[in-house]
Design a protein around this ligand. Structure first.
Ligand code: FES
Length: 700
């Protein structure tokens, strides 16, 4: 490649601007390694390598590494890439080109200490075990020949995208080729964010921003479409409160967007955002969930009416749950031991390696037969389309949402965070508009796991049989209430539902504070409440002198028990296959085996601890989660041989649904997996798909 980098430009941006999309961006701070390339054969983080330093030197990307195997035939991979495919050393695959480049540069000494060798490469998905398998040359999936015989269901077939992932050819959100409509006259959008936890925006003076060369327009609260919505996406929109505006005049957390600057380059947009003059009236913040419910606390959404579906705006309660089975007071009175404790859990960031990003453009006038197209990193393309149509006043048929491979989700992309603002900007300017959040924005201004405070009271007879369980749960939903009710209800419902006890009670509140909004996150409230309940049960077991496994065995639900849940829709759900007793026995036995090993290998003077916990999650929402699929016979463009093209709506973000969809179709049609090609995550492909969340991708 030839070209002259801008002064100070890093090698990563220079390579990507030159079309080398195998080079990814996860942090731009030299931490994550997604941008790793070889410079004269040595692995470097291209985001902290000045582009000018590469002059006259050999730069190799994951795509270039594959090219070194070209003499072995079309589609041949470098041995390291073959090893990553054989061991499925990836899930979403966003980190994988960087991982491959680091692995390919290792010498024998470095291979002897893999944690050290890979300390500059982060993977959010795999837990590194499959990466280690790859580097050590282990095969964990069937070869193509093996996969071709018999039903593929229940066997480890390779992910269809494997070769594309390891060579960096798999397209993620911003990996669009230069000749696509999304790139013609592309503008860049940067969000100006408030430093205040609570404030009223009095005025946004855009004059200085508009004076920055390259700035095209500035969107302010004056441009807000005036439609309240929730960034959370569910099949039923009304599951979440309508408490959010695209550009609000009230700031409810430090980092909330107050304006959007659109410019010819990202640098100009950033300079424009810095030049904006925002006049604010600073309001009293409320930073603690308990304090937020106290009389006199500032009402974070005091301006909202009934139609927003907020449980109690005056008390900052977004959602609440209260219920009692039996008589908890009587149950505690008959207990031989009672334990009460309060367990707190903190916010957690999803930290998907691909930050939230979207590009929007128009094909004609969406109000006159044309279309708005949005390419975005989302777990829920169809639900995002519906929300965009509603907020922007367009017919759903006039909006198309496309997701490429998604670089990790974990619930953080079950939200509409950037799509609305790029879409508005594209409609206003008539040009493609792109926004890519920085890692700092991702931490400060996107959703997190709900921080919770859970008070648990448990009582049991001397023989360990539970007589009462009571929960008091306060969940901090932050500035906006997306997922507030669902997370609270799931957390309380299933953590209690797994135990058979005649007397159970729960009081729970999801509470607004002027802190960053919480949202969906793996486990959906269970991690927090299960942590509390299981910790309390361990204390109870200790007080009773009963083994913690035994305490669970004596109290868990068994087939035939009714399912108790906070959700009306779950009341007629029955337990299907049941392996909880076997699971407890297996874990107990494995831990006993490892106890002896741990005692042997622990350094002298070290203590060895162990713990156990039990959890149930209702992963298949009982209502409102459905999908369409389509299958067609097509000719392979390369060989002309017949293939089955299966179209589905759901996105692949490392959850493996693409692999499973191919397995299901191949098994149903009696074909090898290689005869099935998958098309996915485009609202033009099928009629509807709720999306992949709640571990429902395979079930639905
Ligand atoms: Fe490593 Fe997703 S596979 S970040």
């Amino acid at each position: 490649m030839e070209g002259t980098p801008r002064p100070g430009q890093c090698l990563r941006t220079w390579l990507r601007e030159s079309g080398a999309t195998a080079v990814k961006k996860g942090c731009d701070a030299g931490d994550c390694g997604a941008c790793t390339v070889h410079l004269d054969g040595a692995a470097v983080h291209s985001c902290i390598t000045p582009a000018a330093r590469a002059q006259g030197r050999a730069v190799t990307t994951a795509a270039g590494l594959a090219a070194t195997a070209a003499d072995r035939g079309p589609g041949a991979l470098h041995p390291v890439q073959e090893a990553f495919v054989a061991a499925q050393g990836f899930q979403c695959g966003f980190c994988t080109p960087g991982m491959v480049m680091t692995a390919a540069a290792l010498d024998d000494d470095q291979r002897a200490d893999l944690p050290r060798a890979f300390k500059g490469n982060l993977c959010r998905c795999t837990g590194y075990r499959s990466v280690r398998d790859a580097v050590c040359g282990r095969r964990t999936v069937l070869t193509a020949d093996e996969a071709g015989a018999g039903s593929p269901v229940g066997r480890s077939v390779a992910a269809p995208a494997g070769p594309a992932v390891v060579t960096g050819a798999a397209r993620f959100t911003l990996d669009d080729p230069p000749d696509e409509p999304s790139r013609a006259g592309l503008l860049h959008l940067v969000l100006a964010r408030s430093p205040h936890a609570h404030a009223r925006v009095l005025a946004v003076d855009a004059a200085a921003a508009l004076a920055v060369p390259g700035v095209v327009t500035v969107l302010t609260p004056d441009d807000d479409p005036g439609v309240l919505y929730s960034s959370a996406r569910h099949e039923h929109r009304t599951d979440d409160p309508d408490d959010t505006l695209l550009l609000d005049r009230v700031v409810r957390f430090a980092g909330q967007r107050v304006a959007a600057v659109v410019a010819e380059s990202e640098g100009a947009a950033r300079a424009g955002a810095a030049a904006l003059a925002v006049g604010d009236e600073v309001l009293e913040p409320v930073l603690d969930a308990e304090a937020a419910m106290a009389p006199g606390a500032p009402a974070v959404h005091g301006d909202k009416g009934e139609r927003s579906r907020i449980a109690d705006p005056a008390r900052n309660v977004a959602a609440e749950v209260h219920g009692e089975l039996g008589d908890v007071a009587a149950g505690l009175a008959e207990a031989d031991a009672v334990h009460t404790g309060t367990y707190r859990s903190q916010r957690v960031a999803h930290a998907a390696l691909e930050t939230l990003a979207a590009t929007a453009w128009t094909e004609g006038d969406p109000r006159d037969g044309g279309r708005l197209v949005v390419r975005t990193s989302t777990q829920v393309p169809f639900l995002t389309r519906d929300a965009l149509a509603r907020v922007l006043g367009l017919a759903p048929a006039r909006v198309r949402v496309v997701a490429e491979r998604v670089g990790g989700g974990f619930g953080g992309k079950q939200e509409m965070v950037v799509e609305d603002v790029v879409a508005l900007a594209a409609l206003r300017t008539g040009r493609p508009v792109r926004c890519e959040l920085t890692r700092a924005e991702q931490f400060a201004a996107t959703t997190t796991r709900h921080a919770m405070s859970v008070e648990v009271t448990v009582g049991a007879r001397r023989d360990g049989v539970l007589t009462a369980v009571r929960l008091r749960v306060v969940s901090d939903t932050g500035a906006y209430g997306g997922h507030a009710a669902g997370v609270l209800f799931h957390g309380c419902g299933e953590s209690l539902g797994v135990y058979r006890c005649a007397n159970k009670a729960v009081d729970g509140w999801a509470v607004y504070t002027t802190t960053p909004p919480a949202g969906a996150f793996r486990g959906y409230g269970l991690s927090q409440v299960v942590f509390a309940v299981e910790s309390a049960l361990d204390e109870l077991a200790r007080a009773l002198g009963i083994d913690p496994y035994e305490l669970r065995r004596r109290n868990v639900v068994v087939p035939g028990d009714p399912m108790t849940s906070t959700s009306d829709e779950s009341r007629d759900v029955e337990y299907g296959s049941y392996g909880l007793d076997e699971c407890l026995d297996l874990v107990d036995a494995a831990m006993a085996r490892d106890r002896a090993v741990a005692a042997r290998v622990a350094p002298p003077g070290w203590l060895v601890g162990e713990g156990m916990a039990l959890a149930m999650i209702d992963t298949a929402p009982p209502r409102g989660h459905h999908a369409h699929a389509r299958a067609a016979l097509v000719a392979d463009p390369g060989t002309g041989r017949a293939r089955v093209r299966v179209s589905v709506g759901t996105a692949e973000f490392g959850n493996g649904t693409s692999t499973v969809h191919v397995q299901l179709a191949a098994a149903a049609l009696g074909l090898p997996p290689a005869a099935v090609v998958l098309a996915q995550s485009d609202t033009d492909l099928v009629r509807h798909d709720t999306g992949a969340y709640g571990s429902t991708g395979t079930v639905v």
